[in-house]
Design a protein around this ligand. Structure first.
Ligand code: SF4
Ligand code: SF4
Ligand code: F3S
Length: 270
């Protein structure tokens, strides 16, 4: 029995911390092994490659050649452009050059994580390497980019986007920042389990106080849930109930927004 060829996915890494991949490794439906062994053909990923060095690069070139116009290109990490892009090299070449060359050959480009989507941590002031979001690198080539922001994003936001593409042959509906609407069209505040406390005016005033311990709203501790578009409050991480920042007592700092940070300085009273 021959099975249909699985769609090819190529995963390119720029300036990243591996957190986005680590998060993806912990998914349960489908598990990552089901995804990469049964549903897609993961041709290249620095973190998950079986091979290394010349062997991996040779397979990458072959996979691109054989899947022109059909593969999904996933990028994690920001792309440094300063000094010719020397601050992130793969196989002796700047990742910025590799991205510009590879993206026009892909069926879709997905930027996973806030580094890839917005520049993220590597682009923090004074941005010494010229860390740049993927969509800005590809703008001159008119190549659209799906953004799955978050640090890391909930892996199901990424997986659902990939599975949607594989199932329907097209990407899910996106907002004006390239984010899938199914995950990023609502603010965290709308579905937050601490919301009844917000509405009733019950706030944690400092970390560890009685209100904090009783699950009161974290707004006065800087929570940015009222202005952060993400689905953390309705989709737990790692299939674990209560596994998202606010549930654990940590105010949201808008890790999926272009401008991250608490709305009041951390560890001070509002
Ligand atoms: Fe790491 Fe966050 Fe960047 Fe992902 S978005 S690579 S988790 S710093
Ligand atoms: Fe909104 Fe944050 Fe309070 Fe939740 S903890 S209700 S997201 S302000
Ligand atoms: Fe990030 Fe806030 Fe969700 S910090 S993980 S967007 S709760």
């Amino acid at each position: 029995v021959t099975s249909p060829k699985r769609p090819s996915v190529i995963w390119l890494s720029g300036q990243q911390c591996t957190g986005c991949v680590e998060s993806l490794l912990r998914t349960g439906h489908p598990t990552l092994e089901t995804l990469i062994l049964d549903l897609i053909s993961l041709e290249y990923s620095e973190t998950l490659n079986a091979g290394a060095g010349h062997q991996a690069e040779a397979h990458l070139a072959k996979a691109i050649e054989e899947n022109k116009g059909k593969f999904i290109l996933v990028v994690d990490g920001s792309i440094p452009v300063k000094d010719g892009g020397v601050y992130c090299m793969i196989g002796g070449r700047p990742v910025v050059d590799i991205l510009k060359e590879m993206a026009p050959l892909a069926a879709a480009v997905i930027a996973i994580g806030s580094c890839a989507a917005w520049g993220g941590v590597p682009s923090a002031d004074p941005n010494p390497t010229g860390a740049t979001p993927v969509y800005e690198i590809l703008k001159p080539q008119n190549i659209p980019v799906v953004n799955i922001p978050g640090c890391p994003p909930n892996p199901y936001n990424f997986l659902s986007t990939v599975i949607h593409f594989l199932t329907f042959g097209k990407l899910p509906a996106l907002d004006d920042k390239g984010r899938p609407m199914f995950a990023y069209s609502r603010i965290i505040h709308e579905n937050c389990e601490r919301r009844p406390h917000f509405d009733a005016g019950r706030f944690a005033e400092e970390f560890g106080d009685a209100g904090h311990r009783q699950g009161y709203c974290l707004y006065k501790l800087g929570c940015k849930g009222p202005e952060t578009y993400n689905n953390c409050s309705s989709l737990d991480y790692n299939d674990t109930p209560g596994c998202w920042p606010v549930a654990t007592g940590a105010p949201c700092f808008g890790c999926s927004e272009e401008k991250v940070g608490f709305h009041v300085p951390l560890f001070t009273k509002a």
